[in-house]
Design a protein around this ligand. Structure first.
Ligand code: AMP
Length: 403
């Protein structure tokens, strides 16, 4: 693979896989974070004197049309992106109604230095998600250099994210700037971390996070467990957790994880108390309770004050912090205090020299909502991809480029 920043794109047609799977409502983009994240990569190619062909997926057309037959492929078009993208790049973006075929080929061929072509949604073709080799080869003909800048789909072995790479020589395939930054941040935490290394794992379910916890037992010194998943651990130890979230079929798993951690000398921190509620609702009555004795009829929806202090201390002593998953039902005001306090603690640790990576869906939403995104070292754009990376899996999108 080549290094993107060292590559001179003058005279090249760069075929860039981006992730423009942005939320669109009534034809309007409601959050352009993913588009903005790809702009530095696009601009570098243009500034070098190259041209850019962009390809992306949007939504799940075939699966959704199966469920709702009134939908058509046109409801999944990338056309609403054109105007906003043109504005962000500062040049008119051309569009091809089909990502392969004569029209796309001709438009790509005619593209002059400094020009940008956006291809229609890759997932119009079922072959994309199937990782079809012929489809990947057709796409590959559109450019002479392949750049993967879509970390969000790096865990998928799709035609445009992985299979396509085999049609480019080593020198002519590379990560884009976003992908490079994502991989560097993840490697920093998993392989080049400074100790103490604390992983903060929250969210709803233990079952979703077993693999990541198991892999982190090999890497971290401390693992903080918060959010709904913590109660399964308490129940597994015979505590009364009231109506709190619990995965009865994961009680043994929870105990096994605790045992493994002890054997490996990894410190698992469970929250000592909770903010409890009499129903799962924004207007619930609330109180606080020790997590060993949550009264019947009540449920823990956020970590309590003692837990905040306990977790803050661990975080403040860390040199590396990974955060995935909220500490409570942060979508409701009454139960967002714990997640906010942890965001504050991670920001504080970062200010004091720790390296912090926040990634995976809801914790990213939380740092954005509470305005801490620029106070941590890196906020990942990859939900599932980042999780799989920390589960220790090789991501097809990364492997295909590295060769
Ligand atoms: P995940 O996608 O697994 O990271 O879980 C995120 C979701 O977990 C968010 O929607 C939170 O509202 C939810 N959550 C966090 N803590 C709790 C809790 N104590 N009880 C129920 N849901 C929770």
């Amino acid at each position: 693979m080549s290094k993107f920043s060292d590559f001179n794109f003058k005279g090249h047609k760069a075929l860039i896989r981006v992730d423009f799977n942005v939320p669109i409502k009534d034809g309007k983009i409601t959050d352009d974070t993913r588009i903005r994240a790809a702009i530095p990569t696009i601009k570098k190619v243009l500034q070098d004197g190259g041209s850019v062909i962009l390809m992306s997926h949007w939504g799940r057309p075939h699966k959704d049309i199966e469920k709702k037959p009134n939908l058509t492929l046109a409801d999944f078009s990338l056309k609403p992106v054109i105007a906003h993208l043109s504005q962000l790049i500062g040049t008119d973006v051309q569009f091809a109604d089909d990502c392969i075929g004569d029209d796309a080929m001709q438009k790509a061929k005619d593209l002059q230095a400094g020009q940008v072509l956006l291809l229609e949604n890759l997932r119009y073709y079922k072959q994309e998600e199937k990782g079809d080799k012929d489809f990947a080869e057709k796409l590959s003909k559109l450019g002479d250099v392949y750049v993967n800048d879509a970390f969000g789909t790096a865990h998928r072995a799709h035609a445009s994210t992985a299979v396509i790479a085999q049609f480019f020589s080593k020198e002519n395939k590379m990560f884009g700037l976003l992908m490079e930054a994502e991989v560097a941040a993840a490697e920093n935490v998993l392989h080049n971390n400074k100790k103490p290394f604390t992983a903060i794992i929250g969210g709803a379910k233990v079952s979703d996070k077993i693999l990541i916890i198991e892999n982190l037992l090999e890497k971290a010194t401390d693992i903080i467990i918060g959010g709904g998943m913590a109660y399964t651990f308490f129940k597994a130890q015979g505590c009364h957790i009231g109506n709190s979230l619990c995965e009865e079929d994961r009680l043994d798993t929870a105990n096994e994880l605790l045992k493994k951690a002890e054997a490996k000398g990894v410190c698992i921190h469970l929250p000592s108390d909770s903010i409890i509620a009499d129903k799962f609702a924004a207007d619930a009555n609330t109180s606080s309770a020790n997590n060993a004795e949550i009264p019947a009829g009540w449920m823990g929806l956020d970590i309590g004050q003692m837990a905040i202090e306990q977790f803050t201390k661990v975080i403040s002593e860390s040199k590396t912090v990974l955060w995935n998953g909220p500490m409570g039902v942060f979508e409701m005001e009454k139960f967002q205090h714990g997640t906010k306090a942890i965001a504050q603690a991670v920001a504080e640790a970062t200010k004091n020299g720790a390296y912090s990576l926040v990634g995976g869906g809801d914790s990213v939403a939380a740092v954005n909502r509470f305005d801490y995104a620029d106070k941590v070292s890196y906020v990942s754009t990859g939900g599932g991809a980042l999780l799989e990376y920390f589960e220790g899996k090789e991501l097809p999108g990364i492997a295909a480029i590295k060769g």
